[in-house]
Design a protein around this ligand. Structure first.
Ligand code: NAP
Length: 416
């Protein structure tokens, strides 16, 4: 029997196939999961209950997921003395779509972050963060429901590429000498140095995915967010390459702000750009004008957390890391180790990751059921401790009870 990490592959499932960037999903896909460290097992148990119930309700027995446990983080370290075993990567490559809970970040040693390692090894170049409001969640905004954006953050380049040299090292000195002596710059000798690579290929493939998403999901605009007024050949180039891509590949379905003048022709997606600092104001002051955002790595990191905070849902926000061959859906919060095993934490982030995953797989009915179940449960104010302490008149429930309430509240909207 075939296995990874000594764990046999489920016999009742089939692998998802990917051809020319298209994911083809059988009725019984094998989906690897990493339950995660700390509170990960509590959360995964609750999330899986919700996922299985939603699939069953949507399709009867016609479709099901063959879940397949793979290991990373502390659990992998304890079992295999390896934070990210080769078997886990092999399984992710074989089955293409995976979901994971939070992982302990190893302190010291070779791996800086398991999440970053996975993104790099599988070339998951899009970090996808949808941000929307769930009625009832406490928010600092007067009208949090006006913000409904999907953020495409470039995931592999920029200052996150990890190309940097510590101040005072021979390497830093060598780079400074090169820049000062050969390139005519004037960098202080006592500087640390970091490099910000932004490529045309990396930018265009990210922006392409954002535009395709807007077209497929009826979103009215794509906004390129950059700091191009200052960093002209990286951030400014990101914007220019975005507009170039629109001309090359999307001129029949998109218009740019300059072309649109006062109105966007019906059915076309508006492509516009905003400077990053002004964008932070825009999402506060005119949130309804933004639908899909495509941006570089560092801007995207800041902007996605700022937007999530606006809807009161930093702890609930889901995310996905997507490439041409693989997609990994992951919680945005950490392992919250002090609550491990207590069945108290909020499982919404992983549950909403699952909703995104089913949407990505084309199982949109499942995604809608999960969204309805979670919205309704929060509207009823049956919430875990974290939301309970912020919501007046709420009933505090355990992680498992929250999942059971979601299952009880699932119903397909009439239009589905
Ligand atoms: P954390 O695990 O996110 O926890 C910080 C605080 O956030 C918790 O004490 C809790 O606040 C709240 N919280 C987090 N998840 C929650 C949930 N599901 N439900 C309710 N409240 C939740 O951050 P950390 O303590 O800085 O990090 C712990 C470990 O996680 C570290 O090893 C870190 O590297 C790792 N980490 C992993 C990821 C990832 O895998 N994606 C992300 C971030 C951090 P209260 O105590 O106030 O209730």
């Amino acid at each position: 029997m075939e296995s990874h990490n000594n764990n046999p592959i489920p016999a009742d499932g089939e692998a998802i196939q990917v051809r020319a960037g298209k994911f083809s999903v059988p009725d019984n896909p094998i989906i690897p999961f990493i339950e995660g460290d700390g509170t990960g097992p509590d959360i995964w148990k609750a999330a899986r209950t919700v996922f299985d119930a939603a699939v069953k309700q949507a399709y009867g027995g016609r479709r099901h997921v063959a879940w397949y446990e793979v290991y990373a983080g502390e659990k992998a370290h304890n079992r295999f003395n390896d934070w990210l075993p080769q078997g886990t990567l092999d399984a992710m490559r074989q089955f293409h779509i995976a979901i994971k809970g939070p992982l302990t970040t190893p302190v010291g040693g070779g791996i800086r972050s398991l999440n970053v390692a996975l993104r790099q090894l599988l070339d998951l170049y899009v970090c996808l963060r949808p941000v929307r409001y769930y009625p009832g969640v406490p928010s600092p905004m007067k009208n949090p429901e006006l913000l409904d954006v999907v953020i495409f953050r470039e995931n592999t380049e920029d200052v996150y590429a990890g190309i940097e040299w510590r101040q005072g090292t021979p390497e830093a000195r060598k780079v400074i000498d090169f820049l000062n002596l050969e390139m005519g710059k004037n960098i202080r000798a006592d500087s640390g140095i970091g490099i910000k690579p932004i490529s045309v290929g990396g930018s265009k493939r990210l922006i392409r995915r954002a535009i395709q998403y807007a077209l497929e999901n009826g979103r009215r605009s794509v906004t390129l967010v950059h700091k191009g007024n200052i960093m002209k050949f990286t951030e400014g180039a990101f914007r220019d390459w975005g507009y170039e891509l629109v001309k090359e590949e999307f001129s029949d379905v998109c218009v740019t702000e300059a072309e649109a003048g006062t109105g966007v022709p019906p059915g076309k997606v508006l492509v516009q750009d905003r400077i990053a600092d002004s964008m932070f104001q825009q999402v506060l002051l005119r949130p309804g004008e933004y639908h899909v955002i495509a941006t570089t790595n560092l801007n995207g990191d800041y902007l996605s957390d700022a937007c999530a905070a606006q809807v009161g849902g930093l702890g609930m926000a889901p995310s996905a890391n997507i490439g041409d061959e693989y997609a990994v859906f992951e919680a945005t919060h950490g392992t919250a180790p002090k609550y491990a095993g207590q069945d108290v934490v909020n499982p919404s982030s992983v549950i909403l990751c699952g909703s995104m995953m089913f949407h990505f797989m084309g199982w949109k009915e499942v995604s809608r059921l999960i969204e309805t179940g979670i919205s309704e449960t929060i509207r009823q104010k049956r919430v875990t401790y974290d939301l309970h302490r912020l919501m007046e008149g709420a009933v505090k429930v355990k992680t498992s009870e929250f999942a059971a309430a979601i299952v009880g509240n699932m119903a397909l909207p009439a239009a589905a």
